[in-house]
Write a protein that binds this ligand. Structure first.
Ligand SMILES: [Zn+2]
Length: 255
């Protein structure tokens, strides 16, 4: 397996899915079953198509999008190894890197894009955006990785963040399956087997055209081979890797 095991990093950000994020995912899963998502408070400067689903990030392909957040603090190259592994499987994933780290080592994002992956904005320093003043929140979004997709840290956002992102030409992108890979017990991250099971057992509505959330600093990269095998066994297809990408990510997602 090309993805190495990493010890728990000393400075990982605390991860907790916000109520807003949980609600968004739940509502998205439900609306996807019932009807096209209603267009609520669509920003005028946004270029997203009608019916854009934030939890699905514009994925209307039926395919599964894998996404990996933050940074591998002790081993930044791990992201590139994960990217190479997925590229070898013909899979395009989305990496939402924390801006301050990505800026220190810009080659990581460059390599991921060359490998055919999307690299999105996850803010500059990973704050809860709604807790900031408007000018600070806008700065955090502005200073993050240059991309048309914004994944708010902790999935924490409201109408103000939607508006700020839209004003910067960015769409909110959360997830439909949370592997909870950031949780620890006795200082140890959830095991690859547990992460694999959480994806395998997630409802079909969250996987068909869905977005799976994991992190670069947890055991999620180690769980990917099992997750890929399980989902393919279950008949799901992944977003296809069709070669290098740019910061401009289209809606609908070209999966
Ligand atoms: Zn994060």
């Amino acid at each position: 397996m090309p993805v190495s095991r990493q010890p728990a990093p000393a400075r990982r950000p605390a991860h907790r899915r916000s109520r807003a994020g949980a609600l968004t995912a739940a509502v998205a899963a439900l609306t996807a079953l019932l009807a096209p998502a209603p267009a609520t408070a669509a920003p005028t400067t946004d270029e997203r198509a009608p019916g854009y689903d934030q939890a699905r990030c514009g994925n209307r392909s039926g395919r599964v999008l894998l996404s990996l957040d933050d940074w591998s603090y002790d081993d930044p190259e791990r992201a590139v190894r994960v990217g190479e592994y997925l590229r070898g499987k013909g899979i395009r994933a989305a990496f939402f890197l924390i801006g301050q780290y990505a800026a220190q080592q810009p080659r990581i994002a460059e390599d991921l894009r060359k490998q055919g992956h999307w690299v999105g904005n996850h803010s500059y320093s990973h704050p809860h955006l709604p807790r900031l003043s408007e000018s600070r929140a806008r700065q955090e979004i502005h200073d993050g990785v240059h991309s048309s997709l914004l994944r708010p840290p902790y999935g924490d956002f409201g109408p103000r963040e939607e508006r700020l992102a839209a004003g910067l030409g960015q769409r909110i992108c959360t997830w439909t399956v949370d592997t909870l890979d950031w949780q620890t017990s006795g200082g140890v991250f959830r095991s690859p087997e547990a992460l694999r099971a959480s994806v395998r057992e997630a409802p079909a509505s969250a996987k068909t055209g869905g977005v799976i959330l994991g992190h670069l600093f947890t055991r999620f990269p180690d769980a990917l081979p099992g997750i890929v095998a399980d989902l393919r066994d279950q008949g799901y297809r992944f977003c296809r890797n069709t070669g290098p990408t740019t910061p401009a990510i289209a809606d609908p997602l070209p999966c």
